[in-house]
Design a protein around this ligand. Sequence first.
Ligand code: F6P
Length: 481
Amino acid sequence: MERPEPLIVASNRGPVGFRHGPDGALEEVRGSGGLVTALRPLVDRMDVTWVASAMSDAEREIAAGGRRTQRSPGGSEFWLHLVAHDPAVYARFYGVVANPVLWFVQHDLWGLKLDPEADLGVPWRQGYVEANRALAAAVVEELDRVPDAPVFVQDYHLDLVPTFVRAARPAARIAHFTHIPWVGPDDWAVLPHEIAVAIHEGLLACDSIGFHTERWRAAFVESCEALLARGGEAERRSHANPISVDVEEFEAIAAGDRVRSRREALLAERPEILVLRVDRTDPSKNAVRGFAAFERLLERRPDLHGRIGLLALLDPSRETIPEYVDYRRAVEDAVARVNERFGRAGWEPIALVVRDDFPASVAAYTEYDVLLVNPVLDGLNLVAKEAPLVNRRDGVLVLSRGAGAFAELEDWVIGIDPLDVGGQAEALERALDLPQADRRAWLDAIRAHVRAHDLDAWATRELVELERRAPCREAGATMRS
Ligand code: F6P
């Protein structure tokens, strides 16, 4: 039997998280977020070593024990190498530079120039740079163990990792994938020049540079040209490859007991017409405008009162960052306002649940009539692919033109502009009135697309793109079947 190909993955958040349980013992938790959800099944297909940051005290404890083997839910073993950063370094890296600064810049939500106290010097040099250096050192250590392994560096947290790895191991085969949008040179110009340049140079230290969409890739080429006069290199090394779902794994989750019990609970209390949104409590997800759109729908359509409900399942996110704390409050206020205005005994127009409960989200995916995905900008948005796969009610997807997934799915969704609240209300109404035959045909088309462009296709393409630009020195390795 051919051995599976080794692969080193590096990301900030690991594929599995750890916390201390009530008795103080270490407990495993599912790594949350789109990147981890999408990449985790790779451990069942390849011989993976995963380098990630220790994000909690429990994880720091594990990091102190060195690299360890870990078993995936699919039963395969992989190496987990957690890196414990100095807490002050990590706070600057994750809580200031990566989020909110890079996140906001790359989602067009930037407001730093309005903050007279914003100073990125220390957070950059003693946060982002140091954390990237430490993660790169762990990658280099792993490369010494498996020298031919390709290195998959993931996302905006790790933009400098390729620079450090390349300096230490010039022959390494390095790919970077950005899971969030990329923006043009004017947007990058709001950052200190040194920072914008280092980020672009970091990606250009890779052999292969991936984005979810052609739109983000083109912006990268443009900003490389403007900042570094290296647009040609960026053009040659970059590609668009939208990530997707492990269809088999996802359908197995949907058929599992934990989803079944939550589905039964939902069926017992669901309104006649269910509108659903599933997001993190992130300003880029645009939940507040979504609630305002639902409010307008209720204004226009009194006939729906008592029959329709919006279920908002929001995963609490980045709760130490002030902008996220404020946004969560804004979300709660918006829901309270709508419920106060329209609610009556026996009918709550919006049900807001702020909890990390993946099985509950999957259960709700099976039951929606309309799925609202209205981010301001979004690298891809996996909910737009996951939910239609398992929906049982010919549900309609109302999708923002700012989501990367829109480029793939636009023929089978109702498109919306994220800042146009009235337009979103009209789109919800159109979705409700869509003829049954169209609802079915659109859902089937989305499913067929996701099945044909699944996670295997994404991972294979990433390896092919890397191989094309930095050929492997040793043949004979393959993906596990
Ligand atoms: O791509 C964006 C991302 O990094 C994904 O992993 C996920 O959607 C989210 O952000 C997770 O963010 P955090 O690790 O800060 O919870």
